[in-house]
Ligand binder design. Structure first.
Ligand code: ADP
Length: 248
């Protein structure tokens, strides 16, 4: 992979919690425009890895290079706002009393001055952007619904929309299909595949049907170490992976 193709790189990334090594020497490269899936048994270190990339946890050793810049140890807000790494957590985190559309509008309002904000909100570009996002998450027809009245799956999509609104270079999705029906899960997979055209995406997921649906390239973590990387086909044939994970 050429240097300019790499959006995210971790170098020997390690973290210890009170002497317990949760991650050891993770060297990973994610290409621009890629849709990477991270899998691994419970406790493998997937969440911790995302926490290190997004600045929620500071590494004991190693570094995180994003878009050519060393962002190791930078504050969470800076990593989200300035470097543009967006993250959707597992639980929905939307404003229940507001409409779907208003939730997206709020997520779009990241402006320096109030005037800029007011002018933008009235502009055609703003309305087009809101509608574009509503379509991406398949909630245009629900735009006037209160977020609190949406189904669990729809609320997850709304939250994805709120992350997209911040125009991140990298979107991190933590178990985006948790608690969804099979139909919602499938739809989420198709949605994520479409988003890939515009964003680089890392998905942490347990549901193997979903992983097969979306994954091009998979990273497997196990006991805090990078066990294997490869295409879905390679991973499914990897004996070590089969032993620790896929046969569970
Ligand atoms: P996964 O997301 O793959 O299920 P985690 O990243 O949540 O795994 O956890 C990896 C390991 O690190 C687990 O053994 C977990 O108990 C431990 N761990 C994670 N965060 C902390 C913390 N803040 N303090 C102590 N141990 C932690």
């Amino acid at each position: 992979m050429k240097a300019e193709e790499v959006l995210l790189e971790t170098r020997n990334l390690s973290v210890e919690f009170n002497g317990f090594r949760a991650l050891t020497n993770i060297n990973m490269k994610v290409r621009r425009g890629e849709l990477r899936v991270i899998i691994g048994p419970n406790g493998a270190g997937k969440t911790t890895f995302m926490d290190l990339v997004t600045g929620r946890t500071k590494p004991t050793e190693g570094s995180v290079i994003f878009d050519g810049i060393n962002i190791t140890g930078k504050a969470t807000a800076e990593i989200a706002g300035k470097y543009k790494i967006g993250r959707k957590f597992q639980g929905p985190n939307v404003f229940d009393n507001m409409s779907v559309k208003e939730n997206i509008e709020i997520a779009l309002e990241g402006f320096e001055t109030l005037l800029q904000c007011i002018l933008f909100k009235k502009s055609r570009a703003f309305k087009e952007r809101v509608n574009e996002i509503l379509n991406k998450i398949d909630l245009y027809d629900y735009r006037h619904f209160a977020a609190g009245d949406l189904s669990h799956g729809q609320r997850q999509w709304l939250e994805m929309g709120m992350v997209i609104a911040q125009n991140p270079k990298l979107i991190i999705l933590d178990e985006p299909t948790a608690g969804m029906t099979a139909r919602e899960t499938y739809k989420t997979g198709e949605m994520i595949k479409k988003l890939q055209g515009e964003h680089t995406i890392i998905v942490v997921e347990h549901d193997m049907d979903f992983v097969r649906q979306v994954a091009e390239y998979v990273t497997v973590l196990n006991y805090g170490e990078l066990l294997a990387e490869g295409t879905m086909e390679e991973i499914q044939e990897n004996q070590e992976v089969i032993a620790v994970y896929l046969k569970e």
